[in-house]
Design a protein around this ligand. Structure first.
Ligand code: ZN
Length: 340
């Protein structure tokens, strides 16, 4: 009598974990990380691995180590990844609210730009911010984007945007030509943040500015959830996470002046921190699903929470305004007032 097993009938591949590699601190080079958190890919479940976040004992940078190798990028950024397709069709009301909020912020970033300014959005995803800028100034600024995801670039190009495929370190772009570089939720994803900002320095004309927005690794949501479930970890996709101090040190390493570093309100990390905790504790699916980018009620509730934090100077995101220094001989520009 045949004894064919289920495994012989259906080819079940053995589980293969991600290829991970230990790394040193990207900011100071020390290899002395103190464990801070262990977590999983709670959001996309691209693997069953556990990940370790450590804090550099020398400079305070929070980073993922070990982390996935470059070969694993297609696996940890699945086709459903939200930044590849943050569209009104997929996100409806949440898209419209975010669009209104981000338009106001983008206009503030662009204040003082010359009429024919050249602007580049680094890690532009599907072109969300480029579309906002084009809508507010359709005939003025020259807008470009850059992203390493072919899917994101295709989505942005479908909207008639000029987007380069690759990374800021590898794509051939003119030096000292850009008036403004945007890095919105980008710097935390890259392997070499100093190298990325050094490339930004080369692209900017003297006096040109860079705006960085990234998770605040010293906000109340981090203090509450930072041992495992904090949304800002975005395990295993956020490789370096910053505080005001480490972000200022990063700018300094790349030769950029700090004009200001402030916090800004965002409900997203609050919502995902709670979602991750509920999911990890085995809460029913219908409760877990109440907390996501698609749930306006939870986003609205945590908008109130984080607005209160922001009023106390501890919003969930950091926003840095940096500048490529002017030559010292140029006395026509006043010195910067540095506010950190
Ligand atoms: Zn360090």
């Amino acid at each position: 009598m045949s004894t064919t097993t289920l495994h012989e009938l259906i080819e079940v591949p053995p589980y293969v974990g991600l290829e991970l590699v230990p790394v040193a601190c990207a900011l100071c080079g020390a290899d002395d990380g103190e464990p801070v958190a262990v977590g999983e890919d709670f959001e996309y479940r691209t693997s069953a691995d556990s990940f370790l976040a450590v804090r550099c004992r020398r400079c305070g940078l929070l980073y993922l180590s070990p982390r996935p190798t470059a070969r694993e990028l297609p696996r940890i950024y699945p086709s459903t990844y939200h930044a590849f397709d943050f569209s009104p069709e997929r996100f409806g009301f949440v898209y419209r609210v975010r669009r209104a909020l981000e338009t106001r912020r983008a206009l503030a970033w662009c204040r003082g730009l010359p009429p024919a300014a050249r602007v580049i959005d680094i890690g532009c995803g599907d072109g969300f911010h480029l579309k906002l800028l084009r809508a507010v100034n359709p005939d003025g600024w020259t807008l470009e984007g850059i992203d390493s995801s072919m899917r994101a670039v295709a989505a942005a190009r479908a909207h008639d945007l000029t987007v380069h495929l690759g990374t800021i370190e590898t794509v051939d772009l003119p030096e000292a030509e850009y008036d403004l570089a945007l890095l919105i939720a980008t710097i935390e994803h890259v392997a070499d943040p100093v190298g990325v900002l050094a490339a930004v320095h080369r692209l900017l004309r003297p006096g040109g500015r860079a705006i960085l927005v990234t998770d605040n690794a010293n906000a109340p949501d981090f203090r509450l959830f930072g041992g495992r479930h904090w949304g800002g970890y975005h395990f295993p996709r956020h490789w370096n996470l910053f505080t005001r101090e480490t972000l200022a040190a990063l700018a300094n390493r790349a030769g950029l002046e700090v004009v200001s570093i402030e916090t800004t309100m965002s409900p997203v990390n609050w919502v995902y921190s709670l979602r991750n905790a509920l999911d990890d504790w085995g809460a029913p699916r219908w409760i877990v699903n109440r907390f996501s980018l698609r749930s306006p009620v939870s986003l609205a509730a945590f908008t109130v929470v984080d607005t209160l934090c922001q009023l106390l100077g501890a919003g969930a995101l950091l926003r840095a305004s940096l500048r490529r220094p002017l030559p010292y001989a140029d006395a026509s520009y006043p010195p910067l007032s540095v506010a950190i």
